[in-house]
Ligand binder design. Structure first.
Ligand code: ADE
Length: 414
């Protein structure tokens, strides 16, 4: 099938980015060495909807080396890197994606990827599954299963499952220990600050940073804010997570109280409208607004526009909203994922773990074609395998239980 990308001439730059990522993706490289001869994905068509940057591209190439016929689109209109997309096309992967796609174009890309009639899918945020369910249910009988990368996608799959509408097995890669403890926490923690700092070029030390949402991603962003010298406020709707934030040393309050205090606001909730009119009205002149949740619904852009007398792009990825009394608020990356729309996503070594889980999960699906429809955990042996390979790549050794210790742990006596 023909690809649809921005410009094939950008391929050499994209290839350099992929080559750089490959060097630090030790786990995926080890998996590739181990499985390549067996071609475990031969005769399988794999459709992927992920943030199309260099690490993703390297996984797509790895899946192709394992025998798959890969078709890929982006999972956000602003996260595709056009040079990387071009490099993939040069390597024989079918790509439908470009940076800055309109919503109509973005949806068309997903539609085209689904039309390649996949046996296996990798989704990030649930758009592929939604497209298959709502428009192409006839493809389901040939779908062995798939895997989901992110928390928002898992929530959508849980809703589908409850409504009895999840008609093939989906593996919850997001929920593997070797995913969320690293990707969601350390990955988001670093890449969000990368996006904010390279976009604004402002200092973080001494600023008041308001983190909205204290899941694993919020925890990572708050931890790194503290490390950068910020005063950190956490807003949370869950009493346990809010208590955790407090004991982690952060101030905890309602958004209506944090609104007037913050210099930088970062939403990481997975929910809509967490910053809205009544909050914008209380904010200080110069406040920065960034989102790290999957969809651009957390900072209510409609409300922000309605509160504003004027809007202007003042720098790449920064829109200035001027409210009455000459108050300016600055929205980064149009309220889309700041770490992907205004940076390169999570660090390479982190995505190495997540994409190794993705690759092993697809191989698992091909070996277990009788899995029931619905959401499945990543099998423990795969989760452990990725953690072990991570330690190996770091040249770290850990202790093993003695037979006596195993007996002790398995017995009920004290
Ligand atoms: N790079 C590719 N996919 C990503 C994701 N889901 N989060 C952060 N960086 C990524």
């Amino acid at each position: 099938m023909e690809s649809s990308i921005r410009n094939i001439k950008l391929a050499p730059e994209g290839q350099k980015k992929i080559d750089w990522a490959k060097e630090s993706m030790d786990i995926l490289n080890q998996i590739l060495r181990k499985y390549k001869r067996q071609s475990p994905l031969e005769n399988y068509r794999v459709s992927i909807c992920l943030h199309l940057e260099a690490k993703t591209a390297y996984m797509a190439l790895a899946l192709s080396e394992l025998g798959a016929e890969v078709t890929i689109c982006g999972s956000n209109p602003l996260s595709t890197q056009d040079d990387v997309a071009a490099a993939l096309v040069e390597k024989g992967i079918t790509v439908h994606s470009w940076y800055g796609a309109s919503m109509a174009e973005y949806k068309e890309h997903i539609k085209t990827v689904v039309d390649s009639k996949p046996h296996l899918i990798i989704d990030d945020g649930g758009d592929l599954v939604e497209e298959i369910n709502s428009r192409k249910p006839e493809l389901i009988e040939n779908i062995l299963g798939g895997s989901e990368e992110t928390t928002t996608g898992i929530h959508r799959l849980e809703s589908l499952e409850k409504e009895n509408r999840l008609k093939f097995p989906m593996i919850a890669v997001n929920d593997a220990h070797s995913k969320y403890l690293f990707d969601n926490r350390y990955g988001t923690g670093q890449s969000v600050w990368d996006g904010i700092m390279r976009t604004t070029n402002q200092v973080v030390a001494g600023k008041t940073v308001v983190i909205v949402g204290y899941g694993w991603c919020g925890k990572g962003v708050a931890m790194r804010a503290k490390g950068l010298g910020a005063r950190v406020i956490v807003c949370e709707v869950d009493a346990i997570k809010a208590s955790e934030a407090w004991m982690d040393g952060f101030r905890v309050m309602k958004m209506e109280d944090a609104a007037a205090r913050g210099d930088i606001f970062i939403t990481v909730t997975g929910c809509c409208d967490v910053i809205r009119t009544e909050h914008f009205q209380k904010m200080k002149d110069g406040a920065i607004l960034a989102n790290a949740g999957h969809f651009d619904v957390e900072i209510n852009k409609n409300d922000l526009e309605k509160c504003s007398l004027q809007m202007e792009k003042v720098r790449k990825n920064i829109t200035q909203y001027t409210l009455p009394e000459d108050k300016n608020l600055y929205l980064l990356a149009e309220g889309r994922l700041v770490n992907l729309a205004a940076a390169d996503g999570h660090p390479v070594e982190i995505m190495d773990m997540s994409f190794s889980l993705q690759t092993l999960s697809l191989i698992h699906l091909t070996n277990n074609s009788d899995l029931e429809c619905g959401l499945h955990k990543v099998p423990d042996n795969i989760d452990q395998q990725v953690a072990r390979l991570k330690l190996e790549s770091l040249n770290l050794e850990i202790d093993q239980l003695t037979e006596e210790q195993k007996k002790y742990l398995n017995s009920s006596s004290g």
